[in-house]
Write a protein that binds this ligand. Structure first.
Ligand SMILES: C[S@@+](CC[C@H](N)C(=O)[O-])C[C@H]1O[C@@H](n2cnc3c(N)ncnc32)[C@H](O)[C@@H]1O
Length: 455
């Protein structure tokens, strides 16, 4: 068998890569682009379904493996475990693969990777599970909430305990269920090229259903699935960019205006940077900063597609940033800080199994330093927006509280929040931040806060 042309072998290598703590699954998939492109459309779809399905449903899959294996779960060899997980996913969740095919292909995959003995073990476990999985009940949520959250919603026990203690059973179950659903694909219209109404009409003509976002004036949620983003009409012409509504609101809260001088302190691949440039009608100057130098190329590609030319890149470590690193102060600074990403587990199912509770404090320490360093670059009277794709207090409210306690030259900006995102901030006249939860409003879990440097 030519393993490199086998979708299940490629899925195996991607799952193994995606389990590594510091390699996001998305990156592993990007790195395998050439191999994936050599597959037929059908096999590529199968490979993606297995990879994402194994991460998404791992809680239930592992429960079934524990049930079907005579060998204790912790004693199963990691590679054998991966092949078992792939087999169970196909048996239980992938209707289009008959049971015999799920078992046979798993055995064939195992032979060259794990040897004959292991393939016999895989055969026995999968046959057991094929016979019995419908009779293996989920733990009852009232008696064993944490076990239920893990098996039904792939929420690891440490996170289940944390959420149950903070939110209680009902909200935790709603949150976990929302994170299991496939997240919506949301676009942001490029208003320099087309209106939201006209883009909607373009999509309608192509048989693609959409719905306008509730809060962002530029957002369009796709209701038709299964179309690759580059195949959507208007992609090459730069009529839109993919961006969740919560992320759109972060830029709206910043409120960049034409002609201003803006710093995107953690620009990453630059989705928010491009959004800012469009809000500024491509006039003024945006400094897109990120320590990850390789991301600048991707950002430049997107800027080119959208006809934007006011962005330039820097690679300053913002934990140590000072005015000397840049030649001027900025009218507005966005700090879209690195975080645990616990608000976007629905998009990154591998993260469920990589995050650890101790990471929260490490991230919070980094976020405080980046926020403090970035704040030094805000012009007196200028705006500072802090954002993360997490709803955890350590990374959100506690970071800004600590910042405001230390930095007496900054103040919360509730009137700015109200002006830019009316009807959206937390209740109360002094609210200057907002947490969105995935079980509400059909958008990612996100946190945004707006502050102003005193004059
Ligand atoms: C949440 S991501 C940014 C996403 C981006 N704003 C977007 O909309 O696509 C956080 C980024 O912070 C960058 N980063 C991490 N540590 C940093 C530091 N000390 N200084 C500057 N950037 C940093 C990471 O490389 C990562 O790209």
């Amino acid at each position: 068998m030519n393993m490199t042309a086998d979708p299940r072998y490629i899925a195996f290598t991607l799952i193994e890569a995606g389990q590594k703590p510091f390699l996001p699954l998305d990156r592993a998939i990007e790195d395998a682009a050439q191999k994936l492109d050599r597959l037929s459309q059908k096999n590529k779809g199968l490979c993606h379904a297995i990879v994402f399905g194994v991460f998404r449903h791992r809680g239930r899959i592992d429960q079934l493996i524990c049930h079907g294996s005579k060998l204790a779960f912790d004693r199963i060899d990691p590679k054998v475990k991966t092949i078992l997980r792939m087999g169970v996913f196909q048996l239980v969740f992938l209707d289009r693969v008959p049971d015999f095919a799920a078992i046979h292909t798993s055995i064939e995959l195992a032979k060259p990777i794990c040897g004959k003995k292991a393939s016999g073990f895989i055969n026995a476990v999968l046959r057991n599970i094929a016979r019995s999985h419908q009779n293996v009940a989920l733990p009852c949520s009232h008696k064993d909430l944490i076990g239920h959250l893990t098996a039904a919603f792939s929420i690891p026990p440490w996170l289940g305990k944390r959420w149950a203690a903070r939110y209680g059973e009902k909200k935790t179950l709603a949150l976990a269920a929302a994170l299991m659903a496939l997240p919506p694909l949301t676009l942001r219209v490029n208003p320099r090229k087309i209106s939201r109404e006209d883009l909607t009409a373009n999509f309608e003509r192509a048989g693609i259903k959409t719905q306008t976002t509730r809060f962002s004036p530029l957002g369009l949620q796709l209701r038709t699935s299964g179309i690759a983003i580059p195949d959507l009409p208007g992609f090459n012409a730069g009529l839109f960019q993919v961006q969740d509504e919560a992320a759109q609101l972060a830029v709206q809260l910043l409120g960049p205006r034409p002609g201003e001088n803006i710093l995107d302190a953690c620009a990453g691949l630059g989705t928010k940077t491009c959004h800012m440039a469009l809000e500024m009608d491509n006039t003024g100057c945006i400094t897109a900063n990120d320590t990850g130098e390789s991301k600048a190329g991707r950002l430049a590609g997107e800027a080119g597609r959208l006809d934007i030319d006011i962005i330039h890149n820097t690679h300053v470590d913002m934990t140590r940033a000072g005015v000397n690193d840049f030649s001027f102060y900025f009218d507005r600074v966005l700090v879209d800080a690195p975080c645990t990403g616990l608000g976007v587990l629905a998009r990154n199912p591998d993260s469920r199994w990589k995050r650890r509770s101790k990471e929260m404090m490490r991230m919070a320490a980094l976020q405080k330093k980046i926020l403090n360093g970035s704040a030094n670059l805000v012009i007196p009277g200028g705006v500072l927006v802090y954002a993360v794709c997490s709803c955890e207090p350590e990374e959100t409210t506690q970071v800004i509280q600590r910042f405001l306690d230390k930095r007496k030259d900054f103040a919360p900006d509730p009137s700015g929040f109200e002006a830019h995102l009316p009807f959206f901030c937390e209740s109360g006249p002094k609210a200057f931040n907002k947490t969105t939860f995935p079980d509400h409003l059909d958008m990612d879990g996100f946190f945004i806060a707006r502050m102003r440097r005193k004059k």
